[in-house]
Design a protein around this ligand. Structure first.
Ligand code: FE2
Length: 283
């Protein structure tokens, strides 16, 4: 097992607050490669081949089959406000994409490099992730002016394990500010129950309510403005959200979701892997 690189104080902060901010985790050249590659994927994408809109406010916008297929592929998803009612683009293609997912870390050479290596393996070990399994990667654009809001949620909703182990690795590829839609978190909120579970049964996706604990109000929420290169890691039960981006600057982020291989991964989770692309760790 790799040697943890977190100090005892950092590990204690993570367990106390449910998140940890690690400035300068990624170097400028890695950021540049990732940002260039993200834009190149969009450039190569042909919208006429069909793509789904993506909105956390209305998940029905995403065709179930298309989302499920993206588990092992690299798919582009449009911003909710990028298309008119007839599906015609309202903004240039380069400004239309909400996110790219969900197997960049295994399928794309640039993001495969970005998502693996001894630093991440050691960090995962320091956070207590045993035999990490990295299920998902996403490039989240938060486009200028139309980048959509993401309401309060817990990432464990989408990655149920017994016990709860999913951990989010949120990399700022560009500066994230209160103006362009930085993360908001509820410090300590990872000790609250899982409110919802996103369930896949027979190819159909539904959001099921589990617990009525209210989401935090403004007084319990903290914005996390961070500079490009910062990694924010957070517990799967930590409530978090981000505002819409009405500013003229994008807020590109890249996320990974990993669980412990020692925990039972729910067969009801939407994201499953076939034998063709087995889930692997950070090494
Ligand atoms: Fe999230």
């Amino acid at each position: 097992m790799p040697q943890p690189t977190l100090s005892a104080e950092q590990a204690a902060t993570f367990h106390e607050l449910g998140y940890l901010v690690l400035p300068r985790f990624k170097a400028a050249d890695e950021l540049q490669s990732a940002v260039q590659r993200a834009h190149a994927i969009v450039e190569d994408f042909d919208p006429s081949l069909g793509a789904s809109r993506f909105s956390t406010r209305d998940r029905s916008l995403v065709a179930d089959a298309r989302l499920i297929a993206s588990a092992e592929q690299v798919h582009c998803f449009f911003e909710e406000e990028a298309l008119d009612d007839n599906g015609a683009l309202q903004v240039p293609k380069s400004r239309s994409i909400n996110k790219i997912g969900h197997a960049l870390h295994d399928r794309d050479p640039v993001f495969r490099r970005f998502s693996h290596g001894p630093e991440l393996a050691a960090l995962a070990a320091g956070l207590g992730l045993l035999q990490p399994q990295v299920w998902q990667s996403q490039i989240i654009f938060k486009q200028p002016h139309i980048g959509g809001e993401v309401g309060w949620h817990q990432d464990a909703t989408f990655f149920v394990t017994v016990p709860h182990t999913v951990t989010t690795f949120w990399f700022a590829l560009e500066d994230a500010t209160p103006d362009n839609g930085c993360l908001w978190v509820q410090p300590g909120g990872h000790r609250s129950p899982l409110r919802e579970q996103y369930v896949c049964e027979d190819g159909r996706l539904t959001m099921q309510a589990l617990d009525r604990t209210p989401w935090p109000d403004r007084s319990g929420a903290l914005p996390l403005p961070v500079a490009a290169g910062t990694l924010v890691v957070f517990h799967g039960l930590l409530p978090h959200c981000s505002a819409a981006n009405r500013s003229p600057r994008s807020r590109l982020a890249y996320t990974l979701h990993a669980t412990c291989g020692t925990a039972a991964y729910s067969p009801l989770n939407w994201l499953q892997r076939s034998a063709d692309l087995p889930v692997r760790g950070f090494d």
